[in-house]
Write a protein that binds this ligand. Sequence first.
Ligand code: ADP
Length: 434
Amino acid sequence: MGITLGAIADDFTGATDLANNLVRAGMRCVQLIGVPRGDIDIGDADAVVVALKSRSCPVEEAVDDSVAAIGWLIKQGACQLFFKYCSTFDSTQTGNIGPVADALLERIGSDQTVMVPAFPANGRTVYQGHLFVGDRLLNESGMQNHPLTPMQDADLVRVLGNQTPHPVGLVPHSLIARGSSAVHQELLSQATAGARHVICDTLDENDLEVLAEAVAEFPLVTGGSGLGQALPEQYRRLCWLDEVADPGRLVPAQGSALVLSGSCSRATLGQVDAFLEHFPGFALDPLLLAEGETHFDEALDFARQHLVHGGPVLVYASADPERVKTVQGALGVEGAGMLVENALGRLAKLLVGEGVGRLIVAGGESSGAVVSALGIRQLRIGGQIDPGVPWTQTPLEGRAAPLSLALKSGNFGEQDFFTRAFKVLDELTQETQL
Ligand code: ADP
């Protein structure tokens, strides 16, 4: 039997966000990194989420990667396909949401899909086709100044209209209030009238449930991770998905425990301080890293010395804004970032090679650097530590047990995240042993 849901996401953290919500809603989920090719062992996964980097790259590249990934997911027998983008509809003037959605519809031979970016739990709602972040329109939410995907219009019908040659429809809230059959009927009549993409109003979780029921049998849906959380219940109703007792369970973890932090976000700085009250840590100084190998070797030795006893040990470049400014003044913003990311990637590779089996990485870019240094292509998604941050596991060549990995974006997680995460991992894996 094939998978139930095959999804593509236009960036890495977006993919994890969707995968995490799918697990919480009862699906066993694997996240793949980059366009999958050939045979990949996805175990007993009900859902596969492919993480692409297609949000702000050239349109053609986004379309090619998305179509290739969807082709692979179709081969896995997916009952439904999902194109995941940000709940703030992050896109450029010319794409990439519209062109990718058009190409996917063409690939599967379908003539309509819905656009449901809303994530009410995080304050992202849509009314009369206008996207709100909290109580502000999208173009007044700060997103209008985003460096890569500035969103200067909250009217999604108009935004999408600029990205596709096809008519864009709207399902207003007044219709959603009439229930899923009414929505379904409306979508059918809009399809007949030629509306290829239909923006859907969404004010709360209840609206998401109505929409999920209305579109559960669509071959392709698009939206944010809020819709993802509402769909699994429909898959169970349609008997496409069994009840899974513990979808976030992981196999017992083995190996020592390491934390690498390249995030300078406020939440991470608090987490670093809290960790250092109880456990050892080494502060990486980018200025010293720039001078040669000595500082890197000291960090490596320090980590090795504490990993002998199983850890946990922390190596961190995290620093307060003033320190970061000084370092960036001396090395340049990119230069400093590259030095730190490179050091974290090398540390991860060496220390995992020497027996680290439980690894936390703090920082979005830092996580990307570590994932690529380790050559990771797939992550089995486990239970969550804090909202939006699950434990994951990835197979390690030559080792019986997988690497347990938690990738935390800057501002995520409570103060005690680094220490509590290892306890959560023990709980997630103990249940397997029962
Ligand atoms: P976050 O998720 O908190 O934004 P990221 O890892 O995405 O964290 O980004 C932090 C960036 O800052 C990375 O490029 C990292 O290499 C860089 N960095 C980390 N520590 C320092 C430092 N002490 N000085 C300058 N840059 C740093």
